[in-house]
Design a protein around this ligand. Sequence first.
Ligand code: COA
Length: 398
Amino acid sequence: MPSTVVNPGLEGIVVGETVLSNVEGEVGRLTYRGYDIHDLAERANYEEVVHLLLFGRLPTHEELDALNARLAARRALPNGLLAMMHAIPRDAWPMDVLRTGVSAIAHFVPHRPDGSHETSVDTAIDLIAKVPTIVATWDRMRRRLEPIAPDPKLTTAANFLYMRTGEQPIPEAEKALDTYLILLADHSYNASTFSARVTASTGADIYCSITAAVATLAGDLHGGAPSKVMTMLEEIGLPEKAEPYVRDLLARHEKIMGMGHREYKIRDPRAAQLEQMAKNLTEKSHTKWYLIARALEDASQTVLHEQKPGKRIYANVEFYTAPTLSSLGIPSDEFTCMFACGRISGWAAHVLEQFAHNRLIRPQATYVGPDVHPYEPIAQRHAQPGPNGNGAATPATG
Ligand code: COA
């Protein structure tokens, strides 16, 4: 009999402390180091938030200028990494390329793995600067266009849009992307951040930790959701088709992507900011995505209330990300990479925090396999279904 409570999704389990962000799921509040996300989204820019997360407070003018200069100086990708990316098949999923790219940076950027805080901060800034460049560069390469070098005079948001198109973005587009990056920057011990912290806790360096985070972000239940939201919006096509679509989806026992959250039991606070941005941008770009998304949210609330009463499933951050990013001209299979462009600052800050107060993260599992039994010599073994129902026994993991 198991002697402990087993909680496979770690739901409600507190595994550590952080000063970086606080998710108050019952009241729908998100704060970074005590600042409400709405204040930051409306009044700060992304680089100020990077400073807040990495250095513990909002910057002065001089500190912000210094951080901007450091980021601008680190944006360009090393030639070795560009050559490696050129060798990747053009139809590779952008998120796979980002994972490979982040891992590969370590080979090409001179760094001293001396474990000092200063070196880790420097690497963090390098990664925060280069992740958007990898995404924009792959966006061009996959379209068989020459990559565009970063422009040091531009902000992270404006430079990203410039590197995709070669044109300076309109102020509304820059502001929208800047706000998106702020909203996505951190979210306590979410799955990808937890992965980064687990990796950092073993003494692995920041490149390993961020590579683990990027890999964890890729799944549909985490950063992969907004692309799936876009697929739903495309399939729905017209606002009036939203309700029958939701009914069909739930009849097939499928989930409405961009809805529901482990922590938020009311609407995700980031959804309000993103909805407003999606509305403004789609009005400017004359696209229909916001209207369909709005109809889908309404229909989802009606049908979920009817079919899953009491489950408290509301729009999460991913829902209005889809019409927002789409209106910025970003293709839906790059949405998860955009999430990474913002979250890289939170991941990096969490890795630094883990390094500063490290204890190896190593949970336990309750063993539910066979009792101890004798070893069978190979001649006495018979083929039989493995424990997961397939032909061969599943290999054990260490
Ligand atoms: N659509 C329909 N039903 C949903 C739902 C959704 N988006 N999210 C949760 N539910 C339902 C489940 O079907 C389940 O119902 P049941 O008890 O009748 O079987 C119940 O709510 C609990 O869901 P569960 O998946 O166990 O909760 P969780 O805490 O693990 O879920 C998510 C959190 C995010 C994984 C889940 O809401 C989800 O898969 N959402 C869609 C993907 C998404 O948007 N991910 C991005 C998250 S930021």
